[in-house]
Design a protein around this ligand. Sequence first.
Ligand code: BG6
Length: 490
Amino acid sequence: MTARPTVIAIFGVTGDLARRKLIPSLFSNFIKGRLPKRLRIVGVGRREWTDETLIDHAHQSLKNYAAAIYDERAWERFRETLSYSKVNLPQPETYQTLRDDLNALDGGECNRLYYLSIAPEFYADVICNLGALDMARENGGWRRIVIEKPFGYDLSTAQSLNGIAHSVFNESQVYRIDHYLGKETAQNILFMRFANTIFEPIWNRSHISNVQVTVAETVDVGTRAGYYDSSGVMRDMMQNHLLQLLSLIAMEPPSAFDADALRNEKVKVLQAARPIKLADTVRGQYQGYRAAEGVAPDSSTPTYAALKLFIDNWRWKDIPFYLRSGKAIGQKTTQVNIQFKRPPNSIFELTESGDYSRNMLSICIQPDEGIHLTIEAKIPDQLIAKSVDMELHYKNAFIADNLPDAYERLILDAINGDAQLFIRSDEIESAWKIVDPVIEGWRSDPAAPPMQRYQVGSWGPEAADELLARDEHVWRVSCLHEKAGCNGDS
Ligand code: BG6
């Protein structure tokens, strides 16, 4: 028996994400022969496009964003899979053509992935309209829905969106995206921890002094002010990407490498987070942000946040996790730095700084993906120690000049029904429970730390350094291209 055809319906196909990521990722998977043999990609949008417009659009997208892998013969086959369907997202009656088109394929006997790459205010409409036209029922094939971030604006809107999603789809049909989970190096955190024996015995409060997660971006708000100014860094980055990285670092070993086992452990980490004290937070706004087009002249939206968080469980009790993220920072880097405790006793002369540095394991998520381990070594011809780096670079170890884009993995997983790298409803809600009080405190508590202005191209506000200095720690950075910055304190 031939397999059922699979239809991928991309809502918002005319948008930026589809152009930059989704179409190139589908094409890359197509070239690699990983997509179902019988495939239809239906672009869904509000514009008066035809199939030909979509094909031209997809072609241009590949020329611009997938030039390195573009192949004319593959394109000739890929374009055959494409068609366009016009839908006005809030209006249920406009879904009928889409439904009829999809039903016409193999008499409706096909699998369907609905991909919502649209403005979040339309998520509920689309879900309800799919439900109203009975398009979520798994008659004659599976039905799945992929929902982009942001999933909710706070806990209550996330709960309400979960409620709407569950009124139409089962949780097992819902795939909430956090593209950081699709990054190779983020996935490797689990392999590093659970495919080796040397890390797990020391992966706890007895040996680790503190954990730092840095997500620094050089880009500023750019043309996204309309969205960004009402969100800010806590909603845009902290609630999702940073807390997801944190949960991969801090989770207990799952009993199996499957979606439920993994997500059960991740959600336990988030649920064990101690409420964050406002005094343990720093918020910043880069200079010039308020002058950007679309930003309110008196905007109090933070473009930078740093905070200290504790996980109240046996493994991590009282070990600080420092998280920071900002836009318009001098270096683009995403890294997790795990600092170990210093040796309890010294038989050597100490370093010039008067103590050993802490051993540090750095997981370099991007760019220059890799793992670095900083150890103390004897300086030749002297009797003092110096910190040196043992470095794994993906580009050398795996001859991987171009790691697959996160979306390539995630789209494929959704098609294959593997939800490991997608966020479950309870995870989303637990993450909002962590960040909501901070956002609210910053908004309304007179005792909240004031907004700090920071220079474009800096490492963010000095108050973030002071946050760690209070605990006698410093932000550490590794994994940077410029050697001058390597392992130095930022
Ligand atoms: C997105 C945020 O989720 O992640 C953006 O909305 C941010 O503001 C982006 O720039 C960062 O992703 P990456 O993959 O470039 O680190």
